[in-house]
Design a protein around this ligand. Structure first.
Ligand SMILES: *[C@@H]1O[C@H](CO)[C@@H](O)[C@H](O)[C@H]1NC(C)=O
Length: 317
């Protein structure tokens, strides 16, 4: 500790912080300095906790001559901050718990000037363990739906924010409990395919955190887009090789495709697989017709069609 702090302190002043914070489970130093004048000596420093009923609970006595005694419930939880020298009477309280909150007093016993007291308030910060739970399945076409719900409880109250590029609204509730406070925030969206795969993050800040905590949920929106068929350029002719149609239909989950032809069955000599229909032989005049791609997923089924006409043998070839 910087000695310059004590320059100009009058004799008989005990220096401590009025209020300090510990993080649950961490060690905390309760400071207590005494500025000694020449010819003055500190004989001992004693620590008590001032209980709400007016009683004092003994914590420890740091004696220059006889060493340190730690009392009762504090045994094993308290040690002197540094080897006791005549100015620093601070103690380290190990593994802070919520019951440690309260008022502490250090009493510095000096010779010949007598006793000097100082008090400090200890607050124990309980950092939250936030959780994020996704809402029900999101389906395009449904109205306002819960996308995710984020909850954090701590002491003091955590603060919560949503970070996302997705449009939505939140409903946030705060609750006060005897030794903590909790915040729950629900994030609602009107599901659309543009939201599928987008991140929705709950960002929780708290004085007990070194840095904010972020829990991310990736939105899964079910939808089925319209169907389009590619590959036919209105220049198909008898004898054309490797003619291929491709069915395009985005969906989540991905669509499965089924090909057919109106008024007749699919011709022989083609292969269908997934989104493509492929002629394995040169085109013939009978291959003309209206081809249909039926695409289906959990949400819906849609179809697209293409009318294929096939011109006579291209004699210029
Ligand atoms: C909820 O929405 C309101 C209004 O847009 C905003 O002020 C607030 O910060 C939001 N709260 C959270 C937790 O995102």
């Amino acid at each position: 500790m910087n000695v310059i702090l004590f320059l100009g302190c009058p004799s008989g002043t005990v220096i401590t912080d009025k209020s300090i914070s510990a993080v649950l489970g961490m060690d905390v130093t309760l400071p207590c300095y005494y500025h000694i004048e020449a010819d003055e000596k500190v004989a001992q420093v004693s620590w008590v906790k001032k209980e709400t009923d007016g009683q004092n609970t003994d914590i420890a006595i740091l004696n220059i001559e006889y060493g340190t005694i730690v009392f009762g419930a504090y045994s094993g939880r308290v040690k002197e901050k540094s080897p006791l020298d005549s100015e620093d009477g601070g103690i380290v309280l190990k593994n802070a718990v919520q019951a440690d909150e309260g008022t502490y007093q250090c009493r510095v016993n000096t010779f010949p000037a007598g006793n000097f007291d100082a008090e400090l308030q200890l607050k124990v910060l309980v950092p939250p363990l936030p959780t994020l739970s996704p809402g029900p399945t999101l389906t395009e076409g449904d109205g306002k739906t819960l996308a995710a719900s984020c909850t954090a409880e701590g002491n003091p109250a955590p603060s919560l924010a949503w970070d996302t590029e997705v449009d939505g609204i939140n409903q946030t509730q705060r609750y006060q409990h005897p030794r903590s406070a909790s915040v729950t925030s629900d994030f609602y969206v009107v599901p659309s395919r543009r939201m599928n795969g987008k991140a929705l993050s709950c960002v929780v800040s708290h004085p007990g955190f070194q840095q904010e905590k972020r829990i991310t949920h990736v939105l899964d929106v079910r939808y089925l887009a319209g169907v389009s068929i590619q590959g036919y350029e209105e220049s198909w002719f008898v004898g054309k090789e490797a003619a291929t149609l491709k069915c395009i239909c985005e969906g989540n989950p991905p669509a499965v495709y089924k090909w057919s032809r109106t008024n007749s069955s699919l011709p022989e000599g083609i292969k269908t697989g997934g989104d493509t229909l492929q002629f394995l032989r040169p085109l013939e005049a009978e291959d003309a017709g209206v081809y249909i791609c039926q695409s289906t997923n959990d949400i819906a089924s849609r179809q697209g069609m293409v009318t294929i006409s096939i011109s006579g043998m291209n004699l210029t070839c």
